[in-house]
Design a protein around this ligand. Structure first.
Ligand SMILES: [Zn+2]
Length: 143
C-alpha cells in the first residue's frame, strides 16, 4: 500500500498535527482543572518543555501523538510506505529525545506521566485513563 500523499504534503499534515496547542493536551488540562489540579504549561525551564507541569505534586505530563512519537504496537503509528526511511529516522530521533528528557526529569526528581493520544481519543477512554492518573497523582503512587 503506498501513501496517498506526497512527502511534502504528508510533512505539512504531520506538522499541523504536532502543533504546540494540540487538542488532546487541552482536553487533559481541562480534565485536571475540573478536578482541582493546578498546572503550568509548556515549562521551558524543564527538560523537554513538558506540556503540563503540576508543581505541587512534582509531576509532569506529556501528551504524545501516536504517529509522531512512534507509539509501539499502535495502529496510529503505522508509517506511510512512501519515504518510509525518512519517517523512521524522524520518529526515531523524536523517541531518543523523549527518552533523554524523561531520564533528565527523573534525575531532577520529577515524576513523569506519558499519555498517548489513542488512550484519550474518546470520552469513555479519556475518563478512564485520566481518572486513573488523577488517582495516582493525588495518592502519590506514581513511580
Ligand atoms: Zn497510540
Amino acid at each position: 500500500m503506498s501513501d496517498i500523499f506526497s512527502t511534502k504534503k504528508r510533512s505539512d499534515i504531520m506538522s499541523k498535527i504536532s502543533g504546540k496547542e494540540t487538542k488532546p493536551e487541552i482536553l487533559v488540562r481541562k480534565y485536571l482543572f475540573a478536578n482541582g489540579l493546578r498546572y503550568r504549561k509548556n515549562v521551558k525551564s524543564l527538560p523537554g518543555s513538558p506540556d503540563i507541569v503540576l508543581p505541587k505534586y512534582k509531576t509532569v505530563i506529556f501528551v504524545n501523538g501516536c504517529f509522531w512519537h512512534g507509539h509501539k504496537g499502535c495502529k496510529r503509528s503505522k508509517l506511510p510506505e512512501t519515504n518510509k526511511a525518512f519517517w523512521e529516522n524522524k520518529i526515531k530521533a523524536t523517541q531518543e529525545r523523549d527518552k533523554l528528557k524523561i531520564s533528565q526529569l527523573r534525575e531532577l526528581n520529577w515524576k513523569v506521566i506519558e499519555i498517548w493520544q489513542c488512550e484519550i481519543n474518546s470520552k469513555k477512554l479519556r475518563d478512564k485513563k485520566l481518572g486513573n492518573i488523577l488517582f495516582e497523582i493525588k495518592n502519590n503512587i506514581l513511580t
